[in-house]
Design a protein around this ligand. Structure first.
Ligand code: CO
Length: 470
């Protein structure tokens, strides 16, 4: 067993995203950042994921300014972000020059660790971001860590050997640390033990991080087994923002690991202060209905149906909408069949929606793939990357036509035209003050433009806000 296990605090990003749909404004946590800076975390996950979109769309905040402020208030702590490879923080593939510039600006504005993943574990989609981390780390004279992240899932093709191979590949590519990301919280203690043992013996000294969720109730056991097997870093959330669909509790793990003689490097007084600070904030959002009590509970359905909790509740909502709950069992059985046809993609955004919707359609229409969604068509065309296992040849032929092969998504990514920047600049005119503004617009055009217009209006002291916006 390891003597030292470090802890990443997720309250500002994943806990915020999992429990309250990323609606935590900067003003709610600004005052605790200097205490968090003294807590001794391995890192604080505070940016990326849905935070960028949420800042622009709901909170009226400049995401770049948020990052600068966090870094300024936590100069001694590594700030960490989650990046969806070639998708950045959106849902489509961006051109390589956009990915490079996004990484540059993230580093320039204060990020220290970039955890990079691809929904399909098609690692070609991580290459550009990884190279950019190395390049701009040097340019800005900072050591920014590129962490290679695997989307964990269970299927007949996702064996321990396959995950070990993936880890070796990520190390070969040049990632400094490895992360197993169990977004559905379905990794069992048994699986964690064999996975971490296998990975640690294959990659030697490369730090391995486990990211899981408490959704199904297994996380504490899973993490304990992972620690026994030699994991180096675990993701936790301050206790009032832990459990349910969030991460295990920081203070609980600190206390339990202390009895094993494991040093987490945490300052007990500081982590308790952090929790005390967030307690009334959590209560405020429970009272406002922003935090749904459901998200705080344990839900073992994902273990029974082998489908992530969020995907299941989506499906139920869709079937109810269409007055077709009598098809629930049939649709549930159709999910693994569709997933197999698609080559066992991990059930994470956007694949979870794609598989779930197609399964429901197949059942409601009464004939499999009579109606095929555009997303599934694009998937077969190769727009998302390479599937983990061979896809259904029959379905591929139906979508692409006989004899046609999917195209390589990387060809489109690599077109370095600079045109995205020119277009964005032209569209924004004098609304754009910086490269950061332009990047916000490239990622989320509508939301960024609205945000920048409001910023301009506020500066001109013209009251164009609606009551809600204030
Ligand atoms: Co997560």
């Amino acid at each position: 067993m390891a003597k030292k296990v470090l802890i990443t605090e997720t309250v500002l990003r994943d806990a915020n995203q999992s429990l309250m749909a990323t609606r935590l404004p900067y003003s709610d946590f600004a005052d605790i950042l200097s205490t968090m800076d003294k807590a001794g975390y391995y890192s604080v996950e505070c940016w990326g994921g849905a935070t960028f979109d949420s800042c622009l769309r709901y909170l009226g905040e400049d995401p770049w300014e948020r990052l600068r402020n966090i870094k300024k208030a936590m100069p001694n702590t590594k700030t960490q972000m989650l990046l969806r490879g070639q998708n950045l923080l959106g849902y489509k593939h961006y051109h390589d020059d956009v990915v490079e510039k996004f990484v540059e600006l993230s580093i320039k504005n204060g990020i220290d660790i970039i955890r990079i993943f691809d929904a399909l574990n098609d690692f070609r989609n991580l290459e550009t971001a990884l190279a950019a981390v190395k390049q701009y780390s040097k340019k800005y004279n900072r050591h920014v860590i590129a962490s290679g992240c695997i989307s964990y899932t269970q299927s007949p093709v996702h064996t321990v050997e396959k995950y070990v191979e993936m880890c070796k590949k990520l190390v070969e590519m040049g990632f400094e640390t490895l992360c197993l990301k169990d977004m559905a919280g379905t990794m069992s203690p048994f699986e964690a033990e064999s996975l971490i043992k296998g990975i640690k013996s294959a990659v030697g000294n490369v730090p391995v991080i486990l990211h899981t969720h408490c959704t199904t109730g297994m996380a504490y056991m899973t993490i304990t087994k992972a620690i026994e097997a030699g994991v180096d870093v675990i993701d936790c959330a301050t206790s009032c923002f832990s459990n349910g669909t969030s991460q295990p509790a920081t203070e609980t793990m600190f206390y339990a690991l202390g009895q094993y003689g494991i040093d987490c490097g945490l300052n007990e007084e500081a982590i308790n202060k952090v929790n005390d600070y967030f307690k009334p904030i959590k209560q405020k959002y429970i009272d406002a209905g922003t935090i749904n009590p459901k998200s705080m509970a344990t839900d073992s359905q994902a273990l029974v149906y082998k489908v992530p909790g969020g995907m299941l509740s989506n499906m139920i909502a869709n079937l109810k909408d269409m007055n077709a709950m009598d098809k629930f069992d049939e649709a549930l059985k159709e999910i693994p069949a569709v997933r197999k046809d698609l080559g066992y993609p991990p059930l994470v955004t956007p694949l979870s929606q794609m598989v779930g919707n197609q399964a429901v359609t197949n059942v409601l229409v009464g004939e499999r793939y009579k109606n095929i969604s555009n997303e599934v068509k694009n998937y077969f065309k190769g727009e998302y990357g390479i599937a983990p296992a061979p896809v259904s040849k029959e379905l591929q032929e139906k979508i692409l036509g006989a004899g046609n092969e999917p195209t390589d998504c990387r060809i489109e990514d690599q077109k370095r035209t600079g045109k995205d920047f020119e277009d964005a600049k032209a569209a924004l005119g004098d609304l754009a003050r910086s490269e950061e503004d332009i990047m916000s617009y490239i990622c989320f055009p509508k939301q960024a433009k609205e945000f920048l217009e409001k910023r301009k209006a506020a500066e001109e002291n013209v009251c164009t806000y609606s009551i809600e916006a204030i």
